[in-house]
Design a protein around this ligand. Structure first.
Ligand SMILES: Cc1ncc(COP(=O)(O)O)c(C=O)c1O
Length: 373
């Protein structure tokens, strides 16, 4: 039996209807933008392995950093203990993030760093005995597959069985040139009752919704209103972070800075799973107390894994020294966009930094994300 057949007999794959899906392609190795299967066929990894990979597969610098870390410390419990790679990474991240960010909390993936952000925001108010419980999110949002992350995401075919278990969220439209005044009015109406705990958003691009892009200027207006009403603003930069939009973070395009950041995917250059949630000093201080009940009781076994932190340190190092490569990539993408623009099957072509997206006209009469029966 080949690898694909052995897989087929044993493994349940994500987002896959096992009965009808084609056999999974068994990848044996990767190099740069290419992946190779068990028969030596070559594939271009255009989705960057679910948007995680920044510098290509088997990047030698990141591989070397992980190998070095393997010989020293592979893992240690992160409650009561700490280590150099996590400290170094926290320093690096706080240098890159707005100066208002002051604390770094580790988890394992995009969903868990969002879960942490939501719990931090909710408990921030709880610890101060302030009753603020409403959460605002954008329609069509995707923030992950755990329950909190699902709750703040679009309700639809992917999470229908769980709908009655999710908490209530106020959804507002993604702002466009046509609806901005209405969105601002809807948003203001929600926050005016002073019961809103947090506003969570994917800055400038809703990735899983189909790379829906919106203007920094409009997000800025929403953040301004939110911050006037003391609503905690959570930027989910899981997809947009680490250069994807042309700046290190998509929120670098904004005047108003979020209170909490969610980071994952590209943070390790696509080598190892890691989630990070950062927050302001003000949020952090609401958890400092002689009262043990004000503690943030959250953690995962692999929190702050040293190998993942070592990969992230190497990856961020590369990001900082390869700004010119990022520019070159953006220029290639711009060239590609202008070539594709006139193609008769392509519509709504859009670009932000390294992200180019478009719709392909087909005969399908439904949108999988929104209208599938
Ligand atoms: C914006 C955003 N947030 C959160 C997640 C969830 O990340 P993970 O798949 O690592 O749980 C994703 C995944 O695509 C994402 O795009």
């Amino acid at each position: 039996m080949n690898l694909s057949e052995r897989d087929h007999n044993l493994i349940w794959h994500p987002f896959t209807q096992q009965q009808t899906a084609a056999p999974n392609i068994a990848i044996t190795h990767g190099k740069g933008a290419l992946l190779y299967d068990e028969y030596g066929n070559e594939y271009i990894d255009a989705v960057s392995s679910w948007w995680t990979n920044l510098f290509g597969h088997a990047n030698p610098e990141i591989a070397e950093a992980v190998k070095k870390q393997l010989d020293t410390l592979e893992h240690v419990i992160f409650a009561g203990f700490t280590h150099q790679p996590a400290i170094e990474l926290s320093e690096k991240l706080l240098d890159l993030l707005p100066s208002t960010q002051s604390r770094v909390f580790f988890s394992d993936n995009g969903s868990t760093c969002v879960e942490v952000a939501l719990k931090m925001a909710i408990q921030y108010w709880h610890n101060q005995n302030i009753e603020k419980t409403t959460i605002i999110a954008f329609k069509n949002a995707y923030h992950g597959d755990t329950f909190g992350a699902m709750s703040v995401g679009a309700r639809g075919v992917f999470n229908r069985p769980f709908e009655s278990y999710m908490f209530e969220v106020k959804f507002v439209d993604l702002p466009t040139d046509d609806n901005i005044e209405q969105v601002l009015a809807d948003f203001t109406r929600i926050v005016q009752n002073n019961k809103t705990a947090a506003f969570i958003f994917e800055p400038l691009v809703q990735g899983s919704a189909g790379m829906l892009m919106y203007k920094a200027e409009y997000l800025d207006k929403l953040l301004e209103i939110a911050q006037q009403h003391e609503v905690i603003c959570i930027a989910d930069e899981v997809m947009t972070g680490f250069g994807r939009t042309g700046k290190i973070f998509a929120t670098d395009y904004l005047q108003h800075k979020p209170d909490i950041f969610c980071l994952s995917k590209g943070i390790t250059g696509g080598f190892l799973p890691l989630g990070v949630t950062t927050c302001t000093q003000q949020i952090y201080e609401a958890f400092l107390s002689e009262d043990k009940l004000k503690t943030f009781f959250h953690g995962h076994s692999y929190t702050g894994n040293p190998l993942a932190c070592a990969a992230a340190n190497a990856s961020i190092g590369l990001l900082q020294t390869s700004v010119f490569k990022l520019q070159t990539l953006i220029e290639w993408q711009t060239e590609l966009s202008s070539d594709l623009k006139s193609h008769p099957k392509i519509e709504n072509l859009r670009q932000l930094g390294t992200i180019v997206a478009f719709e392909v006209k087909t005969d399908a009469d439904y949108n999988l994300l929104q209208d599938m029966p």
